[in-house]
Structure formats: structure tokens, C-alpha cells
Design a protein around this ligand. Structure first.
Ligand SMILES: [Zn+2]
Length: 247
């Protein structure tokens, strides 16, 4: 579900600096479906917000790979994005360069923190432009200054900046949850592997099963979101299945 989809002739391709980016057509479709409850005039803004936010997140990963001398490619697909390290010639074939556990942690964290940094910059721009930020509750609990009110630009600009703030912070926190295949799952695994090289990977799968289950319950009872509950229920179950298969 989180794997890169194979290229199609409808893929949008471009590059940022020397980092190639590929956008699968399903990315636009899923963004459209997620925004389908918004009013019609907001829909193009919403799709642009999702596109920019996922791209900023993946650029974080790509720049961290670059920091360790590894080239990578960004793919935006149905369920978000992926940054794939480039395969390098190795012996008679090709191999992916794999960073060590500490490097993997930095690369995984770089995605969510790129989004947080972007959100903070947008907040600063809002304040410097003479606007105000109103505190809203993210996930129904977390009070954060995410609603922007600017003195110019009207509703469209306010909605655009507010959606950018929400999506960048939401996407970062969501990805930090210690559940596979999210970034937080990889951070947990690499942390546990350092302390327990023999059994760390298995323990991280158990963390993923338990955290996924707890978050599914939280989503159902507190956030009252069947969609989020279902998503984390499925991720917890997938982690449980891979425990059964591998250990
Ligand atoms: Zn990520």
C-alpha cells in the first residue's frame, strides 16, 4: 500500500536541483478524494497544498540522503510520497547504498522536520505580513497556532495558508507515529537495533502492532474518525502479519 507504483505515461516528471521527482496520476486522484468534502472553489487550493506539503516532506528525506552522499529519487504516489535511494553499480549488478542505523534515523526524521520548519516559516511570514495566528486543536486535542488571518488576499489566501499550516504539521506528526511503514516506525526500529542488535527489529514490529492498535482506538473514541481508525487498524494488522512471517 505504501510501495512505489510503477511508472505510467501519465506521470508528471520534473526535478528540483538534481533530485528527480515523479508524480503518479493516483496522487492527484487521492488528493481530490481527501478534499472532496471541501467547497468547489477550495479544491484546486487543497490539491496544491497537498502537493507542496508532501513534496516538502520528501525533499527533507532527499536532502538528508544527499548529506550522506546518497542520490535519491522522489515519487509521489497514492498514499503520499517516497524517497528512494538510487541504486549504484556493485560488482556485476546494482545495489542500493544502505546507510547505518544512526544515519537512517536522521534521514527518517528529516521528512517530518522539513514540514515543521516549513510551517514555522509560514507562521513567521504571516506575522511579518501583519497577520495573526489563531490557535486550533489538531487531532481534536493539540492546541497549535494553525489558523492564519492575513490583512490582505481575502478568504482564498487565508484558507490557503491555513491549509498549508495544518497539512504540514499534521503530515509530520502523523509520520512520526511509531507504526510501520511510517517514518516513526523506521526511527523506532533503528533506535531499538542499536540497543539490541539481535532482537531490536522484532521488538519494533511489536511496538508497531501495539501503537497501531492504541491509535486506532484513540481515533475511534476521541477523534471519532472511522477513516483514521481503519487506517491504523490495517497498519497494526500488517505489522502483526509480518511478525508471524518473519520471526
Ligand atoms: Zn517520510
Amino acid at each position: 500500500m505504501f510501495q512505489a507504483l510503477p511508472p505510467t505515461r501519465f506521470d508528471l516528471r520534473f526535478s528540483i536541483g538534481d533530485i528527480p521527482v515523479r508524480v503518479h496520476p493516483l496522487f492527484w486522484l487521492i488528493a481530490l478524494l481527501l478534499g472532496s468534502s471541501a467547497s468547489l472553489w477550495m479544491l484546486p487550493l487543497w490539491i496544491l497544498v497537498v502537493f507542496v506539503s508532501v513534496l516538502v516532506h520528501e525533499l527533507g528525506h532527499a536532502l538528508a540522503f544527499r548529506f550522506y552522499g546518497i542520490r535519491s529519487e522522489i515519487v509521489l504516489h497514492a498514499m503520499g510520497g517516497l524517497t528512494i535511494p538510487e541504486a549504484a553499480p556493485w560488482g556485476y549488478g546494482w545495489a542500493r547504498v544502505s546507510p547505518g542505523p544512526k544515519q537512517e534515523i536522521v534521514i527518517s526524521l528529516a521528512g517530518p522536520f522539513a514540514g515543521f520548519t516549513f510551517a514555522v516559516l509560514m507562521m513567521l511570514v504571516t506575522l511579518l505580513a501583519g497577520g495573526t495566528l489563531i490557535t486550533s486543536r489538531l487531532f481534536g486535542i493539540l492546541p497549535l497556532p494553525l489558523t492564519a488571518v492575513l490583512p490582505f488576499g481575502g478568504d482564498a489566501l487565508n484558507v490557503f495558508v491555513t491549509m498549508l499550516l495544518f497539512v504540514n504539521v499534521f503530515w509530520g506528526i502523523f509520520n512520526l507515529l511509531p507504526v510501520f511503514p511510517l517514518d516513526g516506525g523506521h526511527v523506532t526500529r533503528n533506535l531499538l537495533i542499536q540497543y539490541d542488535p539481535w532482537d531490536g527489529a522484532r521488538k519494533a514490529q511489536w511496538v508497531s502492532v501495539i501503537a497501531g492498535g492504541v491509535i486506532a482506538l484513540f481515533a475511534l473514541l476521541v477523534m471519532r474518525s472511522v477513516y483514521v481508525a481503519l487506517l491504523f487498524g490495517i497498519l497494526a494488522f500488517q505489522s502483526y502479519q509480518s511478525l508471524q512471517r518473519r520471526y
